[in-house]
Each structure stands twice: as structure tokens, then as C-alpha cells.
Design a protein around this ligand. Structure first.
Ligand code: XIL
Length: 797
């Protein structure tokens, strides 16, 4: 029986009231708190995956409790085994007990197993902490043994991953009933995340005190940012004299805070910069840090000083204080706020994008090195089974100087993807952008002109580059964007007249494909371009591919970048385009999908309206409906980024906030995500219409139409776009709709659970009361993305 159950039973026989609480108070608190518990009884791996190249799967061969366990096979090195990402699950300074039950697969010789934590301190390289290990031949195929140990770590970390390895490089084994429980919180008890607020309205200094002792602090109603009171500091002798507040046990190592204070100089003081600093003392040593940078403050107006701050220190004592950069003016402060910012956590209770689409095509994301650890890595591996390096395989990243190849970042991405069983697209080999200047300089270091010597030199460079990349990455990269963005429909030959074209000639394209095919005959070779649904651009691209095919050039596929916006292109044009290229017998991929919320290159929002994010969700719905319908013709769909916190559209075509991807800047699922996974979750999608009432005389009948939104979410910008009455029975007559006379009839935003109505006035002169009519009232919401219509037959007038 668990201790919790015992406690519950004991409590249940005691009557409610004071006695109940007394008895509970007498019981020692439940010490251990379960942080992770995996019994694998649901048939999944419960988040466990491969550490190294192994196969980790749920198994019903044998179990420690129940009927399921986790089985690891295919090991080739002793460090490899099953691993579980526990980033953000463990708190620095707390003590945990880790338990796993382990057993070797049938026929394996006795060995030892070890539980290890791969810990990556913020900004440093990974450390490997042993948590528990068994005796030398302590694990056999005959019995379950427990692997148990305590673990604690300090400092801030970007990544924590627990895995179970073996002294033998190859044996297969089972893991079951894995539990992490917290047996002691961090010193000083659980973290107090309540923050600090100081308004001085109760007439006290709210815990603020003179930092040095020169200063005098006075709560005053002479001035205030809000309410009546503020805190005035006078008598400062040094720039570092100022009001201070203790933040010990309010700011914790590894946590993030928003720190805000309003300040104003005393009357007559000359403008200066004020800032907020942090002083921490540990074992007698004091260090100082800037929390809110210098901010210009005057005697004329209240100024907000604010910043987010990552606390990165352990301490015996800690205080925040306000000081000046120069001068020692007296100043007021007010409305100080220290707010704990919870760490970003991904949603683990929503469907995986790639698993949802697994019967259609792999789903990829463009990534950077920052996506390989922490919550970004969790989001990436949960939702995507393919990657493209956003920039790290491009020419400028891999061959910045002639013949000197750098693969460090790309290799890290490739290794991560391989370890997580993801496919890897190579992007890109020959493009006119992100190519270092040396590539187009002649033998004397001057800009190339079209000469036979330069053509030979540039071809040589191209071949050398392609060969180096395809050889280096080998079979790890299954597809390459060989030539990127070669189309320009404004040219007579439809080709972009870039430097490759100018120096080598149009055959640079065929040459690049031939070099790539020679270097890796197994790779799928793509021509990749943008705006491929545009008739002029796709005709040029189609002609290029057809011509290359006619010349026997080894080209396999076309990549549609699909950088889109909430109005362009239409889903139908995507279907048409893919079908068109399929006729050439080439494979298609969507390679760089994103959907900007902007339809021009000048507007910008500081906060993107929820209606636009909803509309974007409908566009994603429509696109993925189109992609699904093209099953077999599209071999992958790749999003150009993981989440809105890192998108190239924040700087292209201008610097502005854009949110073009499936997850928001805090890594949470957007309507865009739900449009793909479950459109019934889209805001306003269940909007329905009805005839609410009919009233009035025959020549001035009023039909009231209602649009009702049962939720979820708001139906933004609801409108009725037509009202058509057609007679279906009775002596012929001609009803006339006398109002309104223009469409659409705008009903506006309809909140979840609400409805809105509008009336149409109809002159039924000459229509008998036995006449029957059909009615058709189309309506929509969310920028026209969510459509429906009221269709009725057999209506009386
Ligand atoms: C973009 C990257 O996302 C940016 O980080 C970089 O600054 C510029 O390039 N078409 C392509 C991609 O083929 O390589 C581009 O990626 C986006 C347009």
C-alpha cells in the first residue's frame, strides 16, 4: 500500500473539523513527491527515446509490474541505451531519488548497468553524472534488479537527459517502473515565486532600506507615479548610494524575473541615468550585476525602468538597489515590481504533428544550433521527423574560404537528427545568396568577367564544393537542394541571370546536378524555388525541368518553398501546381513553408491581432487539406522554422513581428497548429446560421437571420454575403428584397457562446400564402476563411 493511500484511509475515519486537521498535523509530511513515473503500461515509450543509435520500444516480452516494459536493442557501444529528457523537470539544489528496474534480454550474459545524467550547464559543454550502477555482473536475464541512486545538481542548466547504459557494448535489456521522486527540496524550502510589489501606499517603505547609510529614505506624498505615495531618497554622497531591497529567497539561481520600477528625480535635479543593480554575497565575497540598464531620468516626469533578468547566482544574501550612473541627485521611486517568469514549457498533452501526418509524409522544420537543446529540442523531436538546416549547410557557412570546409554546426544538427531518427534534407548547394565573395573572384582576385578561364575556375569551385558536402554528409542527408532559386520569369529564357549564369552560362544548372549525382548517386536531387504557384514562375520552372530531363540531367524532384501569407497563394493553386509537376514524373516537396500574417511589405504590428492568427489557422487547415489530397505526389512538408520565437520573417522583408509558424514565441500551439491537427478547434469554426423569426406584413416581411457561435473561440468579423429566395411551389410571384441592398452585411466579432442577428425586409406582393421558397444565405467569418450557408427549402413567406 502506498503511503499516500494509508494516509487517506486514516484521514477518512476521522470526522471533519478541527480534529481532522490536528491528526493530519501530527503525521509527518509525505516526503517524497513523484516527478516522473513510467510503467509503460499504455504501450508507448512514455517519452523515452534513443541515446545513441539504438532501438527503444515498448515491449510485452516481460515486465516488472503489469505486462509492459521498455526494451532497448541494437546497441553498438556501451554508452548507448534508452534515454529520457528531464529538462525543466528537476530543480537545482533539490535531491531526487532515481529508481529503475532492469533486466537483460533472454540469452544475454550477466553485466552491469549504469544510470547516467547528461547535464549541460547553461552556455557550457555537457557533463556526465553517474546516478547509480549495479555490481559488475549484477544484472542477468533471470531476474529484475533495481538500479537506484540519489541525484542533485547545482547551477543553471540548458539540458538534462537521463539514460541507462551498460558495461557490455551490445546487450539488449529491459527497463520498467522508472521513478524519479523528489526527496528534498532545494535548501530553504520550495522556491518562493510570489515576487515583490512596493507601492508605498500603506505609508511604509515596504522593506526598502538605505543601502550604504549615507542616504535617507522617506515615504512621501510629495509625488507619486500612482496612488499618493512614493519613496524619496535624499542625502546621497556617492553614485552607488540608493534605496535597496532584500531579494534573498525571492530571486533564485536559474530563474528569470521581470524587474520594473518607476523613477523621477527630485525637483530641480539635473537629468541623469538611473539603473537597478544586484548585489550578491556568497561566502564573504560580494559581486555586483546590472539588472536594469542605465535609463535616462529627469525631474519632469516618471520614467519606467524595466528589464527581464536571469538570476545566475547562489548567495548567502542578495539585494536589488537603485543607483545613478553619474551625480548624486535625490530621486523618487514608485511601483516597484519583481515578477517571477515561469520557464517555458512545451505542451506534452497535444498530438504530435508528424505522428498525426505519418501516413501522408514526413514533416520537417528548418532549424539552427539553438534548437538542439532544452525546450526547443523537446518541441522539435515531439512534432517533427525531418530537419533542414536553415543556414548551416549554405556555402558561406561551410566554405567561407576557398577549400577550407567547416561542418561543426551542420554536423551537430545532423548528429542530433540521426540520434532522434529524423530525416535530413541538405540545403543548399548552388544559390546566388549567402555565397562568399571569393567564389566570384578571378585568379587575380578581381570580380569575375565571363571568360573561358573564369568559367573553368567557377565550375571547378562548384564541383569541389558540391563534392565536399555530399562526400562529408554521405547517406546521412537523403536529399539536396542542388540549385536554389534559378527562376526569373522576366527573362526571355525564364532563368535568373545570377553570377553562376553570367560566368558559366545557363548550363551551370545541369552541371550542378551532374556533379551532385556523381558525388552521391543515391541522393534525391532537387531544384528549389519560391512562388511556384505563380503561373509565369511555374511555367518557367516546368520548362527548365523538362529541358533538363530531355538532356538526361539527373534531377529527381522539385522543391516548392511556399513562403506564403494569409491570402496567398490559394490551396487550389498548390494542388494545380503539384499536379502539373507530377506530370513530369518528378517528386514534389514543400520545402520552406511559412504563412506570414502580413500581405504587404510595409505594415507591422507590435501585437498580432488574434483574428489574424485565427485566419492563419484556417489557411494552414486549407494547405494541409491540399497536401493530404496530394498524398503520393508530395514526399515531405517542411516548415521554415520551429516556432515564432525564431523566424526569418522577423527581419524579412523588413524588421517587424511576424508569427508565421505552428507554435508561438512561447512555444505554445497556435490556431495554425490546430488547423493541421484538428480544425474543429479553430476559433469560430462551428458558427451556424438560422432563421430566427419572421414578422410583419406581406409587403414588408422581416426575416431575422441569426449567426450563432457555440465556440471554441471567437468568430471574427462574421458577415452575411448574400440572401437568395427562389420560389419552388405555388402560383408564380416575384418577392423583392427591399433591404439591405448591399452586401456583405457585417455582424462583427461573435464571442464564443454568443450570437448576432440581422434582418432582411422582403416585399411578397402577389405571393399567395401557399407559395413556397428556398433560401440560400452564405456567410463567413475570420477574413472569409471560415464559410457556411443557411440553406432552406419549403419556406413560407
Ligand atoms: C533564409 C534564412 O532563413 C535566414 O536565416 C537567412 O538570413 C536568409 O535565408 N529561401 C531559401 C532559404 O531558400 O535559404 C532562405 O532562408 C529563405 C528563402
Amino acid at each position: 500500500m502506498s503511503r499516500f493511500k494509508r494516509l487517506a484511509m486514516r484521514a477518512s475515519i476521522i470526522p471533519f473539523g478541527a480534529a481532522f486537521w490536528l491528526v493530519l498535523a501530527g503525521v509527518s509530511p509525505i516526503a517524497a513527491q513523484t516527478v516522473v513515473q513510467n510503467d509503460f503500461e499504455d504501450g508507448t515509450t512514455q517519452g523515452w527515446g534513443a541515446f545513441g543509435s539504438v532501438t527503444v520500444a515498448n515491449s510485452t516480452d516481460i515486465a516488472h509490474g503489469g505486462t509492459h516494459s521498455l526494451k532497448t536493442t541494437g546497441r553498438t557501444a556501451s554508452y548507448m541505451g534508452p534515454g529520457l529528457d528531464v529538462t525543466n523537470k528537476l530543480v537545482a539544489g533539490a535531491t531526487y531519488q532515481f529508481t529503475a528496474w532492469v533486466r537483460l534480454a533472454s540469452g544475454e550474459a550477466a553485466t552491469s548497468l549504469t544510470m547516467t545524467m547528461k547535464r549541460t550547464p547553461a552556455g557550457a559543454s555537457a557533463q556526465y553524472d553517474q546516478i547509480a550502477t549495479t555490481a559488475a555482473a549484477g544484472v542477468t536475464d533471470a531476474a529484475w534488479v533495481s538500479l537506484q541512486g540519489q541525484y542533485s545538481y547545482g547551477g543553471s542548466v540548458s539540458d538534462l537527459l537521463v539514460y541507462i547504459q551498460s558495461a557490455s557494448a551490445t546487450d539488449s535489456y529491459y527497463v520498467d517502473d522508472f521513478v524519479i521522486s523528489e526527496i528534498a527540496g532545494p535548501p530553504g524550502g520550495p522556491q518562493d515565486n510570489s515576487g515583490i510589489t512596493s507601492t508605498f501606499e500603506d505609508g511604509t517603505a515596504d522593506g526598502w532600506h538605505p543601502r550604504i547609510g549615507d542616504e535617507t529614505l522617506t515615504v512621501t506624498n510629495a509625488d507619486a507615479h500612482s496612488g499618493n505615495f512614493s519613496l524619496l531618497t535624499t542625502g546621497r554622497q556617492h553614485t552607488y548610494d540608493g534605496p535597496a531591497i532584500d531579494v534573498a529567497n525571492k530571486m533564485y539561481n536559474g530563474s528569470q524575473y521581470q524587474v520594473t520600477v518607476w523613477a523621477k528625480l527630485a525637483p530641480g535635479a539635473a537629468a541623469t541615468n538611473l539603473r537597478v543593480s544586484l548585489q550578491v554575497t556568497l561566502a564573504g565575497t560580494t559581486n555586483y550585476y546590472t539588472v536594469i540598464p542605465n535609463t535616462s531620468v529627469t525631474a519632469n516626469a516618471w520614467v519606467e525602468l524595466t528589464a527581464t533578468y536571469n538570476m545566475a547566482n547562489n548567495y548567502d544574501s542578495a539585494a536589488l538597489y537603485v543607483e545613478s550612473a553619474t551625480g548624486t541627485p535625490s530621486f523618487y521611486i514608485d511601483d516597484f515590481q519583481l515578477t517571477y517568469i515561469p520557464p517555458v514549457q512545451i505542451q506534452t498533452d497535444i498530438p504530435s504533428v508528424y505522428q498525426t501526418l505519418s501516413s501522408y509524409f514526413p514533416v520537417g522544420a528548418a532549424i539552427s544550433a539553438a534548437d538542439l537543446s532544452g525546450v526547443h529540442a523537446q518541441l522539435l523531436t515531439m512534432h517533427f521527423d525531418s530537419i533542414t538546416s536553415g543556414n548551416d549547410m549554405k556555402w558561406d557557412a561551410t566554405e567561407a574560404t576557398d577549400g577550407n570546409f567547416t561542418f561543426t554546426t551542420a554536423d551537430a544538427e545532423v548528429n542530433f537528427a540521426r540520434a532522434n531518427h529524423m530525416r535530413i534534407r541538405g540545403h543548399n548547394l548552388v544559390w546566388y545568396q549567402q555565397v562568399p565573395a571569393w567564389v566570384f573572384l578571378d585568379a587575380n582576385g578581381n570580380p569575375m568577367t565571363p571568360t573561358p578561364a573564369n568559367k573553368a575556375l567557377l565550375l571547378q569551385r562548384m564541383q569541389n564544393h558540391i563534392n565536399a558536402l555530399l562526400t562529408h554528409f554521405g547517406s546521412a542527408v537523403y536529399a539536396w537542394d542542388v540549385v536554389n532559386e534559378p527562376i526569373d520569369p522576366s527573362q526571355p529564357d525564364g532563368l535568373r541571370h545570377n553570377m553562376w549564369y553570367q560566368i558559366i552560362g545557363p548550363e551551370y544548372i545541369a552541371d550542378a546536378f551532374r556533379f551532385a549525382h556523381e558525388a552521391n548517386p543515391d541522393a534525391e536531387l532537387f531544384v528549389n524555388d519560391y512562388d511556384t504557384t505563380n503561373p509565369a514562375r511555374r511555367t518557367a520552372l516546368y520548362n527548365l525541368i523538362a529541358q533538363l530531363q530531355g538532356e538526361g540531367v539527373p534531377i529527381n524532384a522539385v522543391g516548392h518553398e511556399m513562403h506564403s501569407n494569409i491570402q496567398y497563394p490559394s490551396a487550389q493553386s498548390i494542388v494545380d501546381t503539384v499536379n502539373m509537376f507530377s506530370q513530369l514524373g518528378v517528386d514534389n516537396q514543400i520545402t520552406e513553408l511559412d504563412i506570414s500574417v502580413y500581405t504587404d511589405s510595409t505594415s507591422s504590428y507590435t501585437t498580432i491581432p488574434p483574428s489574424l492568427l485565427a485566419e492563419q489557422g484556417y489557411r494552414y487547415r486549407d494547405y494541409f487539406q491540399a497536401f493530404r489530397s496530394l498524398k503520393g505526389k508530395i514526399s515531405a512538408v517542411t516548415l521554415w522554422g520551429l516556432a515564432d520565437d525564431n523566424t526569418w520573417l522577423d527581419t524579412f522583408p523588413i524588421t517587424r513581428l511576424d508569427m508565421p509558424l505552428l507554435f508561438d514565441t512561447g512555444l505554445q500551439a497556435k490556431p495554425a497548429y490546430w488547423g493541421i491537427i484538428d480544425p474543429s478547434q479553430l476559433p469560430g469554426n462551428a458558427l451556424t446560421g438560422s432563421i430566427a423569426s419572421k414578422s410583419g406584413t406581406q409587403t414588408g416581411r422581416t426575416w431575422t437571420i441569426a449567426l450563432s457561435n457555440p465556440g471554441p473561440g471567437t468568430a471574427y468579423g462574421a458577415q452575411i454575403t448574400g440572401f437568395t429566395l427562389t420560389q419552388t411551389a405555388g402560383a408564380a410571384c416575384t418577392p423583392v428584397i427591399t433591404g439591405p441592398s448591399t452586401f456583405p452585411v457585417v455582424l462583427g466579432d461573435i464571442a464564443s457562446g454568443a450570437s448576432a442577428t440581422t434582418s432582411f425586409v422582403i416585399n411578397f406582393a402577389g405571393c399567395a400564402n401557399t407559395a413556397r421558397f428556398s433560401l440560400n444565405v452564405p456567410y463567413n467569418s475570420t477574413g472569409g476563411a471560415n464559410t457556411g450557408s443557411i440553406v432552406r427549402s419549403n419556406e413560407f413567406r
